[in-house]
Design a protein around this ligand. Sequence first.
Ligand SMILES: [Zn+2]
Length: 197
Amino acid sequence: MANKAVFGIAKSEPQAITIADTVKGGGPDEVIHIPAPGSALPAPGTELVAEIDWERRYRLMRMHTCLHLLCSVVPGAVTGGQVADRRGRLDFDVPGSSLDKEAIAQRLNALIAAGHPVGPCWITDEELAANPDLVRTMSVKPPSGTGRVRLMEIAGVDLQPCGGTHVRNTAEIGPVIVTKIESKGRQNRRVILAFAE
Ligand SMILES: [Zn+2]
């Protein structure tokens, strides 16, 4: 089930619109909610109450945080990635068949079980510019120009700019498996994760 926005035409008869997707709008804090096809839409200007599908959101937070751990386990720049419900993937710029499914899963699960705290810290645009190695993703540059950039820190494990949603401790992620490692070009390896249970 996707997120839902709830709106009321009559107070006694609230109707819910399932939100199929969200995309970035023009402004830095603007999010456009796209209703599922066929939804009955409220009149423009109607005030809505957005409701998060918490179970789904929490799964996304767990998997997203796990991708930070994957970053620390696999050397090489990240060329792409995606978080979906119950699974996630990152693409790495690494040559040959140097990646081992079982070894990666073992290291991930050890980091998860170790219960590392996860939390944000902030640096200035200048500090980020002076430390370009903090940016692991080649395709997505962190937004600059607001004066400061949010980093997510898993102490001693991973530190990088991120605006995503995270759990507070790696233990919350729970056991994961590496479902597949795919070759996506000569230097590109796609590592796909899923929850073990
Ligand atoms: Zn993140």
